[in-house]
Design a protein around this ligand. Sequence first.
Ligand code: LLP
Length: 423
Amino acid sequence: GFTRDDHCGLPEAFRQADLPALAAREGTPLYVYAAPAIRQRVRALREALSGLDAGIRYAVKANGNGAVLRLLAEEGAGADIVSGGELERALRAGIAAADIVFSGVGKSDAEIALALDVGIGRFNIESRAELDAIQRIAAARGVTAVASVRINPDVDAMTHAKISTGKAENKFGVSIAEARAWFDAKAQWPDVRLDGLHMHIGSQLLSLDPVREALARMAAFWKELAAAGHAIASIDVGGGLGVRYREGEQAPDAREYADAIRQALAGFGGRILVEPGRWLVAEAGIVLTRVLLEKHGQARRFLVLDAAMNDLLRPSLYDAWHDIVPLGAAAARESATYDVVGPVCETGDTFATARELPRCEAGDLVAILGAGAYGASMGSTYNSRPLPAEVLVDGDRYAVVRRRQSLDEMLSGEQPASDWRRT
Ligand code: LLP
């Protein structure tokens, strides 16, 4: 069992779960998602958007676990997908094809065909070449593809460069001038119903100013198109709403975000779509990991965990901050300054540098917070480390929603070079 102090820093939704027992039973590293936290977020967003004809299209890339998708689907969310794999996940979770939008700068012919065959709701088109491909594939199948143009509004989202997507130099979307030319030449693509606008300027947005700026540009364009006689049935404002990973960080709340949308799109008679990923799931997930050892290096003191960059890549890739909370006895000890690292053979395999934590010992259990989004979904088996298990907790119950990968599963598909064939 637990005393209350053992939980300090852990989000409310995890406090009913006996995390040490869970770690003992299911092993570590272990992803733990809290169902109530996900439900609470999706409901709060729906509530904030109330009064608008708005639909949530959850960005599956943030966390594509089937149980998480099912939870969101039960709350009425559709999906934003970027690959045939994500389409399969969304459909298997019971999300209706009509409630799925297909984004992404490089859709293959096979993916476009699959999406058309299942009756996907809408494509978010990012290039002239993609528009031509969708026309060709839809015509061959005798169906009409419904599509929006992804606008690149050329605003600085003021987030990490690697997750900023709405500047002219980014690969995403097209300029308003190019989009205008597409609408004017619509008849060239008779099997594409081009009747929507889309944008997504970046992720982990902590200020709404760039969102307002981009929305204003998109709204002005919608009005111009409408005046020119182009019916606009859908405006998709993308995702990007940031969360608070670190004390002192200020994240916008859902109501402010919804108000920005409400204001910019006042008078719009069509459907509004939002594509949040992170905001719905980031804080609903943690990584439970055990301290392998404490190491006094020549210059620094290291805490080596059994989780590594292959399990949670964000600190390595974006220098992202994740709170690290020792559980159990460690929580009560005096503090020390650690570089918190994993066992992978790269210096970049670092979760935190010079982090002040309670003294830890081998075997202590540690929680890495804010791991529900872009955690497991960005995992790999680098260093031949099998993918970790994932569990969903709901009150004091839990269910394994992805079993730990076995070595056989990790190695399946590989074979010796014995079956040689002519190229
Ligand atoms: N819609 C589109 C078209 C997107 O590309 C994305 C995310 C989203 C929606 C959802 O964005 P969100 O609401 O989650 O910010 N791996 C990075 C984040 C990459 C985001 C990519 N696109 C990270 O761990 O910070």
